[in-house]
Design a protein around this ligand. Structure first.
Ligand code: CA2
Length: 144
C-alpha cells in the first residue's frame, strides 16, 4: 500500500479561524481528517504533519525517505523564500505535489515565485481545501 505524507507549513494551523475570505472556513483538523478518509478510499495510507518552522519541515522531508512514497506539500510562505526546502525535496527524490489553497498566481507578485515548483511533479492551487483531495487523487495516479 502506498503511503502519502501531507505536510503543511507556517500559519496553516490557523486555518478556519482568520481570513476565511482568502483561505476558507475549513480548519486544518478538518482538512487532515478529509485527507485520511480520501486516502482510505484510494487505498493509500495518509499521514499528516504541520510545522511553523522551516528546519522542522526540512527534517520531515528527510524523514519521509523510505517511509512514504510521495509528499503533498503546502509550504505556506516558505514556498516563496526557501531554498532549503527546495534542496531537501531534491535530495530525497520523492514525488512532491505543491499545493496551495489560494491561487498564488492571482495574488501579490511576491507569491508568484515558487522555490518548490522546479522540484515538484506538479502544482495545484486555487481550489481551497478541495485541492488536497485533488492532490491525493493525482498522487495516487502518479504512483500507480
Ligand atoms: O494559499 C496557500 O495555501 C498559501 O500557501 C498560504 C500561505 C501563503 O503565504 C502562500 O502564499 C499561499 C499563508 C498561510 C496562512 O494561513 C493562514 C490561515 C488562516 C489565517 C491566517 C493565515
Amino acid at each position: 500500500m502506498n503511503s502519502i505524507l501531507v505536510l503543511n507549513g507556517p500559519n496553516l494551523n490557523l486555518l478556519g479561524t482568520r481570513q476565511p475570505e482568502v483561505y476558507g472556513s475549513t480548519t486544518l483538523k478538518d482538512i487532515e481528517a478529509a485527507c485520511v478518509a480520501r486516502g482510505e478510499a484510494l487505498g493509500c495510507a495518509v499521514t499528516c504533519q504541520q510545522s511553523n518552522h522551516e528546519g522542522a519541515l526540512v527534517d520531515a522531508i528527510h524523514a519521509a525517505k523510505g517511509v512514504h512514497n510521495g509528499i503533498i506539500l503546502n509550504a505556506g510562505a516558505y514556498t516563496h523564500t526557501s531554498i532549503a526546502l527546495m534542496d531537501a525535496i531534491a535530495s530525497v527524490e520523492l514525488p512532491v505535489i505543491e499545493l496551495h489553497l489560494s491561487n498564488i498566481h492571482a495574488r501579490e507578485a511576491f507569491r508568484h515565485k515558487s522555490y518548490i515548483a522546479p522540484v515538484a511533479i506538479g502544482q495545484i492551487c486555487g481550489f481551497g481545501a478541495n485541492g488536497y483531495m485533488l492532490a491525493l487523487d493525482a498522487m495516487k495516479q502518479y504512483l500507480g
